[in-house]
Design a protein around this ligand. Structure first.
Ligand code: 8X3
Length: 253
């Protein structure tokens, strides 16, 4: 593809989103980086601008009005979005269903499911008009297998899996590629958020084996984005070598 493609990345201020923004900047994509934290977004923009054209959109994916206002504010030269990377997502808490925190449930369903829907709804009309585009949804092994205490987080990622399959069906006539990438254990701020800032508990998750890095996932995203026009990477599950499924991890402690 000769013309530079424009990629919009949600949750671009840390982890997989940030690593993806960095990698795509190295590969000539124009970038719309999105996140809640304006200062982090601006800092990343300043850095990546040395390599490619970058703009920022600051909004909470779970806030329908903010999402729509952010897209309204986009300058015309950014309105043609070729690639949407639905990366924003979080886990809040790890507790049995009978004692789960309702605010945690709301956050996971709002961010991981509704957020993905709100952002996709804004981007899709443009892709449909162009009769092309590529959506990459970040799922999780938690969207393929339920695991103890994962309940609502797993449900939210099962929803991402279902929505990815549905998008592929509904957008089939429009030539839009739809990819899901489902990582296992990736060392990011994920566990720190899940355990509400408890660093000891969060770092224990990644002890005794070599977890995936955000860059490993960014690499797969770039791979999916650079296949020939007739090829779509539909569904990809990726683990660190030490991981066998959602619950079995070989640890040398
Ligand atoms: C992150 C992977 O296994 O912690 O989605 O749910 S896991």
């Amino acid at each position: 593809m000769s013309q530079k493609r424009t990629a919009l990345i949600t949750g671009a201020t840390s982890g997989i989103g940030e690593a993806t923004a960095r990698l795509l900047a190295d590969h000539s994509f124009r970038l719309i980086i999105c996140g809640r934290r304006k200062d982090r977004l601006e800092q990343l923009k300043r850095e990546l601008e040395l390599k490619t054209e970058v703009t920022t959109l600051s909004f909470e994916v779970r806030n329908k009005k903010e999402v729509s206002a952010a897209f309204q504010s986009l300058d015309d030269k950014w309105k043609q979005i070729d690639v949407l990377i639905n990366n924003a997502g979080n886990a809040h808490g790890l507790a049995p269903i009978q004692t789960g925190n309702v605010e945690d449930w709301d956050a996971m369903i709002d961010i991981n499911v509704k957020g993905l829907l709100y952002v996709s709804r804004e981007v899709l009309p443009g892709m449909i008009k162009m009769n092309q585009g590529h959506i990459i949804n970040l799922g999780s092994i938690a969207g393929k297998e339920a695991y103890p205490n994962g309940n609502v987080y797993c449900a939210s990622k099962f929803a991402v899996d279902a929505l990815t399959k549905s998008m592929r069906i509904d957008l089939n006539a429009n030539g839009i590629k739809v990819t899901a990438i489902h990582p296992g254990l990736v060392e990011t701020e994920f566990s720190l958020v899940r355990f509400k800032g408890d660093e000891e508990r969060a770092s224990a998750v990644y002890k005794g084996f070599e977890p995936l890095k955000p860059e490993d996932i960014a690499d797969l995203i770039l791979f999916a984005l650079t296949r020939p026009a007739h090829v779509v990477v539909a569904d990809l599950v990726v683990f660190p070598v030490a991981q066998a499924n959602a619950t079995i991890v070989k640890k040398d402690l």
